[in-house]
Ligand binder design. Structure first.
Ligand code: PRP
Ligand code: MN
Ligand code: MG
Length: 177
């Protein structure tokens, strides 16, 4: 598809919001022994790397999980499969799931359920973007960077056919012709 990308949230706004979320997360986990930040690959990698560098109130561990849903198309499928599991156990730990975007909610709802069964000490969710109008299943989200309308967006880890994850800003994909 021929398209162009238009800036929707500029880099300075993205970074200011991530810093603000970092301050709130520091406050929340001030008395924690350690915080396991779990990134859902691949989309969360850029946001996670920015966010984790603001966390100073507790020790941080990073772990990763891959759940599939979209493939390369612009529509979501309801089936969520775990392709890569966490490397370490989370039982008794403070766990923060970090996601780039919540759309239908199927990915996070499934991942949250899998993690909950492993009995972490606490389980919270943080997402950079949220499209509330697209939600099909309810997921409790503790931190949302930006709630956005139902536009196809890319950047800061979010792809279109695996491209644009490296953009420093959030952009809208605009079809041409
Ligand atoms: C995207 C996005 C979220 C998920 C949101 O991931 O990064 O993980 O879809 O959709 P949902 O709320 O409707 O489940 P994708 O499957 O495209 O993989 P990626 O992270 O590797 O891009
Ligand atoms: Mn993803
Ligand atoms: Mg994707």
């Amino acid at each position: 598809m021929k398209h162009r990308v238009d800036v929707m949230i500029p880099e300075d706004e993205v970074q200011a919001r991530i810093a603000e979320m970092g301050r709130e997360i520091n406050e929340r986990y001030r008395d924690s022994e350690e915080l396991v930040m779990v990134g859902l690959l691949r989309g969360s990698c850029v946001f996670l790397s920015d966010l984790c560098r603001h966390i100073t109130s507790t020790d941080v561990c990073l772990d990763f999980m891959t759940a599939s849903s979209y493939g390369s198309s612009m529509t979501s499928s309801r089936e969520v499969r775990i392709i890569k599991d966490l490397d370490d156990e989370i039982k008794g730990k403070d766990v923060l799931i970090v996601e780039d975007i919540i759309d239908t909610g199927h990915t996070l709802s499934k991942v949250r359920e899998i993690m909950r069964l492993r009995e972490p000490k606490s389980l919270a969710i943080c997402t950079l973007l949220d499209k509330p109008s697209r939600r099909e299943v309810d997921v409790p989200v503790d931190w949302v960077g930006f709630a956005i309308p139902d536009e196809f967006v890319v950047g800061v880890g979010i792809d279109y056919a695996q491209r644009y994850r490296n953009l420093r800003y959030i952009a809208k994909v605009v079809p041409l012709e």
